[in-house]
Write a protein that binds this ligand. Structure first.
Ligand code: MG
Ligand code: MG
Length: 250
C-alpha cells in the first residue's frame, strides 16, 4: 500500500511541476494519467462510480469531486487536486490544494490550517485511540480559526477497495467511535470551508461546492498504524520539491 500511495504522491509532484496560471485542469489530468500508467499502475478514479477522469480538480468554492475542464487557471485561484491509483491490487488516494500564483492571505491561511489539521488528525491515529479522536483534533483546529468542517463527506478505510469501512469524519468527540488497531489503513482527508460548512452538489452530478460560495481546501494522506503508531504512506515531498523549484525559477 505504501507503493500505491507513493505512485500517487509522485503523480501529485508531476501536477505540481506543471500547475500555474494559464494551465487547464484537463492538461494536468492527462499528465497524471500518463504518469500513473508509466509507473505500471492504473488510475484509481477513472471509471470508479463512472467518474470520467484520473484527477478530481476542484476550483475555489469547489470542495471535492470536480471534473477537470478546459478553463485556464488564473492567478489567485486555489485548485484542490485529488488523485487515486491502483498498484499491486491496492489503492492509493491522496490530495493537495494548490495556490495558483499569488493568492490572498485569507486563502494562504485556509490552506495552511487545513494542512495542519490533517497532521493533527494523523497524530491521533495510534492503536487504542478511537475514530472520534481523529475527527475531534481536525475539527478543533479548523473551528479555532473560524472555518467550517464539511460534514457531508468524510475520510475512509483504504485497501483493495477505494472506500472501505470505517468512515472517518473530520469532526467528532474524543474517546468515541471505533477503536483503532494495528494494521488499519485510513485515508484521512479534511475538507475545510473558509466559513460555512454546508455544501451542495452541482447538476453535473459530481462537483461539491460550498453553499456560501467561499473557497474550500482539501488535503489527504494515506496512513497505516504500524507498531501502534501512525505511518504516513503518502508524502507531500514531491509536491514541495516541485513548488520550491518553480518558485526559484520565477
Ligand atoms: Mg482522495
Ligand atoms: Mg479519499
Amino acid at each position: 500500500m505504501r507503493e500505491s500511495a507513493q505512485v500517487v504522491s509522485r503523480t501529485l509532484g508531476v501536477v505540481a511541476e506543471h500547475i500555474g496560471p494559464g494551465v487547464t485542469p484537463l492538461q494536468l489530468d492527462k499528465l497524471a494519467e500518463e504518469y500513473i500508467r508509466d509507473q505500471g499502475a492504473v488510475p484509481g478514479f477513472l471509471g470508479l462510480y463512472d467518474f470520467p477522469n484520473t484527477l478530481c480538480t476542484s476550483l475555489n468554492e469547489h470542495v471535492v469531486h470536480g471534473i477537470p475542464g478546459k478553463v485556464e487557471l488564473r492567478e489567485g485561484d486555489v485548485l484542490s487536486v485529488d488523485c487515486g491509483a491502483i498498484k499491486n491490487e491496492f489503492y492509493g488516494d491522496h490530495a493537495y490544494s494548490f495556490a495558483i500564483g499569488e493568492v490572498s492571505q485569507e486563502v494562504k491561511d485556509l490552506l495552511r490550517v487545513t494542512k495542519e489539521s490533517l497532521y493533527l488528525g494523523i497524530e491521533q491515529m495510534t492503536a487504542g485511540k478511537r475514530l472520534g479522536d481523529i475527527g475531534h483534533a481536525i475539527q478543533k483546529h479548523a473551528e479555532d480559526h473560524g472555518y467550517g468542517v464539511v460534514r457531508d463527506l468524510v475520510g475512509h478505510g483504504l485497501g483493495r477497495v477505494m472506500h472501505e469501512d470505517p468512515q472517518v469524519p473530520n469532526y467528532g468527540r474524543p474517546g468515541r467511535g471505533k477503536k483503532l488497531k494495528n494494521g488499519l489503513v485510513l485515508a484521512i482527508e479534511p475538507m475545510i470551508n473558509m466559513k460555512d460548512w454546508r455544501v451542495r452538489q452541482l447538476d453535473d452530478g459530481w462537483s461539491i461546492v460550498s453553499r456560501d460560495g467561499k473557497p474550500s481546501a482539501h488535503f489527504e494522506h494515506d496512513v497505516a498504524i504500524v507498531n501502534g503508531k501512525p505511518d504516513i504512506l503518502s508524502t507531500f515531498d514531491y509536491v514541495d520539491e516541485a513548488l520550491a523549484k518553480n518558485a526559484n525559477a520565477s
